[in-house]
Design a protein around this ligand. Structure first.
Ligand code: DGL
Length: 283
């Protein structure tokens, strides 16, 4: 058995990277749905169906647990798949399988509180409002998942999402540094203009953006804390596997990289991020 990691494209590699470091003996299969990337401008129904198909492919190839290393899929599809699809699929398959997302660990990291926590509404005056900026896809922003879930837990944190419609597609195409930096700077400035100041903290709420994290860092004021989803996710998955021995991660330490798109060598941008050339096989 193995752990499946799913994204619309190369963004989930940022999560995969940290997961593999954390669980070196586990067997991993990474699936990039590059035939349909980017997901961020798609309808909810499309995102649900594409995510379901990706999970099914990974389970067919022996995954026991699939990690949606994609905010868009986690925000739009995860709950629906867990309710409407997984119970029947699990029964038909006759073995334990599950799908987990990356939003819950990110919200836990952003609030410093466990997911189960709900704030008591005391109506006290808040001395200082912590402005949290989230750079994400249009679909994730439209879901309002970060605003809703953080607001339930922390009255002193105000969330502002900045959708970056073109960014994941450009990263997928392996665009050049100058073009990418201009797009990143434009969105950082758009958020600053909307808030009247830069946010106190920021989340790169699309896994693709981790690939250009240094550009966000350069565009934001020095020292602005960035909450890193890959680390938050790896912490949560490691703890989850320890609690759930029924999901077998394997022990061979194998790594497979599959794409629904054109197989072959990934872009120079991905190579720089990954630290070595990376070849995807046909899914
Ligand atoms: N990497 C994904 C995310 O975290 C999806 C980006 C896209 O396909 O638009 O949202």
């Amino acid at each position: 058995m193995s752990i499946g990691v799913f994204d619309s494209g190369v963004g989930g590699l940022s999560v995969h990277h940290v997961l593999v470091d954390r669980l070196p003996r586990a067997d991993f299969i990474y699936l990039a749905d590059q035939a349909h990337t980017p997901y961020g401008g798609r309808t909810g129904a499309e995102i649900v169906e594409l995510t379901r198909a990706g999970c099914e492919r990974l389970f067919d190839k022996g995954a026991s647990l699939v990690i949606l290393a994609c905010n868009t899929a986690s925000a739009i599809a995860l709950r629906r798949l867990q309710h409407d699809w997984l119970p029947g699929y699990r029964k038909a398959l006759g073995r334990p399988v599950n799908v987990l997302g990356i939003i819950v660990p990110t919200i836990e990291a952003a609030t410093g509180l466990p997911w189960q926590h709900e704030a008591e509404r005391r109506g006290e005056t808040i001395e200082k409002l912590d402005l949290l900026g989230i750079f994400c896809t249009p679909a994730t922003a439209a879901s309002r998942v970060y605003e809703i879930e953080i607001d339930k837990r922390r009255e002193d944190v105000a969330v502002f999402c900045e959708p970056c419609p073109e960014l994941a597609g450009l990263i997928e195409k392996g665009a050049g540094a100058v073009e990418l930096a201009m797009v990143v700077e434009r969105h950082v400035e758009a958020l600053r203009a909307r808030l009247g100041r830069h946010p106190d903290r920021a989340i790169l709420g699309c896994t693709h953006y981790e690939i250009v994290a240094d550009m966000f860092r350069a565009a934001l004021p020095p020292g602005t804390p960035l909450i890193h989803q890959p680390k938050a996710t790896a912490d949560a998955i490691e703890a989850y596997l320890a609690r759930h021995p029924e999901y077998d991660p394997g022990t061979g330490g194998t790594r497979r990289f599959l794409t629904t798109g054109t197989p072959g060598l990934q872009s120079g941008l991905v190579e720089t991020f990954w630290g070595a050339p990376l070849v995807f096989d046909a899914a």
